[in-house]
Write a protein that binds this ligand. Structure first.
Ligand SMILES: [Zn+2]
Length: 238
């Protein structure tokens, strides 16, 4: 059944250096940014879908270096729409970084979807990418994998957008007459899309730029994963 409602949720903020958000933009180096964690709720006639799940308490080895704060969390945020975790039937992870799959296990009744390449990479990331992945968040969960573009359900399409990570994906929604593009970390900020400036944390800069261009070609309303300029998005089909 078609998409009826789309809402941005909130799971607090992750402190990042702005240099991690835009590649080689030196004026951004050393500037702290409270990156918003914004999972997306998609309600269809038959499924309650969550795209990304925010962050959860980190292992001690990481908590010294990675700072996050929560003024609200994904559970409270879902409750605002009358939902509890067990109401979520599908979880889509754009990728397996800690701020995107941290709360996966709260959604015990959900099926989890990720790109096959991302799941494979998350089991054994290269040394320079290892800091983003927290195995405790996903290692014993069962994921269903997809390859490339994949129609998840009516009006909800997964689109492979590699670059930030090897198997990153974005989500393209058709909500009534409106197309919505949830970029994930292919574009943590709107300026990544608007200026074709790739993100600062990159596995492969060339494929990241191609992914940004493919997202730009989609058109529609763009939701960037961490941008503070865009803290709410609500759409309801009448
Ligand atoms: Zn992120």
């Amino acid at each position: 059944m078609a998409v009826r409602e789309v809402h941005l949720l909130h799971d607090g903020y992750l402190e990042l250096d702005m240099g991690m958000l835009v590649y080689m933009k030196t004026p951004y180096y050393g500037i702290k940014y409270q990156a918003a964690l914004k999972p997306l709720l998609v309600v269809t006639g038959s499924e309650n879908i969550l795209v990304d799940t925010g962050i959860a308490p980190l292992p001690q080895s990481l908590s010294k270096f990675v700072k996050y704060t929560k003024d609200t969390d994904i559970i409270q945020s879902l409750a605002g729409y009358g939902l509890v975790p067990d109401d979520i039937s599908l979880v889509v992870n754009t990728h397996m970084h800690m701020d995107h799959c941290g709360n996966n296990r709260l959604f015990r009744k959900a099926r989890y979807f990720v790109q096959r390449d991302e799941l494979a990479y998350s089991a054994n990331p290269d040394r320079f990418m290892r800091g983003g992945y927290v195995r405790e968040f996903y290692q014993d969960l069962h994921f269903e994998t997809v390859d490339g573009r994949h129609n998840l359900t009516n009006g909800v399409e997964l689109m492979d957008t590699p670059g930030h990570t090897p198997g990153h994906q974005s989500v393209i929604l058709q909500v009534g007459e409106t197309k919505v593009v949830y970029t994930g970390d292919a574009a943590p900020l709107l300026e990544n899309i608007e200026r074709r400036d790739i993100t600062g944390i990159v596995y492969d800069p060339v494929s990241e730029l191609r992914s940004i261009d493919r997202l730009r070609a989609e058109g529609g309303s763009v939701i960037a994963s961490h941008d503070l300029l865009q803290m709410s998005f609500d759409l309801k089909v009448p």
